[in-house]
Design a protein around this ligand. Structure first.
Ligand SMILES: O=C(O)CCC(=O)C(=O)O
Ligand SMILES: [Fe+2]
Length: 351
């Protein structure tokens, strides 16, 4: 088993996305410059680096992400037939195992994905519906790591709520529409940990993950090797690399935040591709991700402050808002709940 720091260095001279680095400790001490950096990163790029080295909570998350990297190595080393026993069921459950090659292809040459996932639900960990929920949905190898998985889940959720609180303050939202109320920990949601594993074989003409936007509220990503790219904000269809910074998480907003703010905040397109060095040599890549998603009963529409703004939102093809109304709708025109929206988006994306 390798550890994250044994990954090769990120190659020099690649065009990097111009992401802001934000200090967690400055955010926690209500530094107004840092909070306004947060808002402008969320408006302009939809992605930023968060320096976690300066707070005890951040240091814990960094250490837990490395431990989950090790768990990912042991889970993905299981035989494919074992992993397939826990396959997630499109349209039924967002949680469980997703094999490589099943995500909707979005690039012009329809290259398939080479990434497998385990999605481990917050509600399965904390509020299982039956005593055997965990045993039926996940391999028994996760059992010794349950305290780690639970602690990482609650720590990521706390971090996300800190970011949402500051964003609501910066946007001067009134207290009845603050984002944290739409993402409560103890209410049912699609929140989950995702462990990912990508295998690149030379010249396999595959993508790690085709371009997509995340459909939840906030994503907290730990990656060590690189491979993530974001669509350029200045040149559409051009891609810029995200260089992982030691001691930092990569944070991005998902479509739900775009909908809640009627397009003021950005949910950026991103994808995972082989690093240039890996065109000729094989490589494996792992990432550890936490997705915060709105509570299932939340209506997918702009919060009060933004609902009468000019309609700016165009999210994910057919899930567009009703003209003259707000929020996100089904093809029949009614606004969806987050629970309905998540299932439809997951079916659409194949994960
Ligand atoms: O692994 C990564 O760098 C990104 C993963 C991702 O975009 C996703 O799982 O939605
Ligand atoms: Fe993503």
């Amino acid at each position: 088993m390798t550890n994250p720091s044994s990954n090769p260095p990120f190659p020099p001279n690649l065009p990097l996305a111009p992401l802001t680095t934000i200090s967690h400790s400055k955010l926690l001490s209500n530094d107004s410059i840092e909070s306004s950096k947060l808002l402008s990163a969320c408006k302009n790029q939809g992605f930023f680096h968060l320096d976690l080295r300066t707070t005890p909570q951040g240091a814990t998350l960094l250490s837990q992400s490395s431990q989950l990297y090790n768990l990912a190595q042991s889970l993905f080393a299981l035989p494919l037939e074992t992993k397939q026993q826990f396959a997630l069921q499109k349209g039924v459950s967002l949680f469980g195992y997703k094999p490589a090659g099943t995500v909707k292809t979005t690039d012009p040459s329809h290259r398939p994905d080479s990434t497998e996932f385990f999605n481990i639900g917050k509600d399965d960990l904390f509020f299982p519906t039956s005593p055997d929920t965990l045993a039926t949905k996940y391999p028994s190898e996760i059992t010794p790591s349950l305290p780690l998985l639970k602690s990482f889940t609650s720590n990521c959720h706390v971090l996300a709520m800190e970011l949402l609180t500051l964003l609501a303050q910066e946007l001067q939202l009134s207290s009845d529409t603050i984002f944290t109320d739409l993402n409560k920990f103890d209410q049912t949601s699609g929140d989950h940990i995702r462990l990912t594993h990508t295998i690149h074989t030379p010249n396999d003409n595959k993508l790690g993950l085709p371009s997509h936007t995340d459909f939840g509220t906030i994503t907290i990503l730990f990656n060590w090797q690189g491979g993530l790219q974001i669509e350029s904000t200045t040149a559409p269809n051009q891609w810029e690399w995200v260089k992982p910074l030691p001691g930092h998480a990569i944070i991005n907003l998902g479509d739900a935040m775009k909908i809640f703010t009627n397009g003021l905040l950005k949910s950026a397109k991103h994808r995972v591709v082989p690093l240039p060095d890996n065109q000729e040599k094989a490589m494996e890549r792992y990432s550890v991700v936490y997705f915060v998603r709105p509570n299932d009963n939340v209506m997918m529409k702009a919060v009060d402050k933004f609902e009468n703004d000019e309609i700016r939102v165009r999210v994910a093809g057919k899930f567009e808002p009703v003209l003259g109304g707000e929020g996100n709708s089904s093809s029949t025109g009614e606004v969806l709940t987050a629970g309905e929206w998540m299932v439809q988006r997951a079916v659409q994306l194949g994960n």
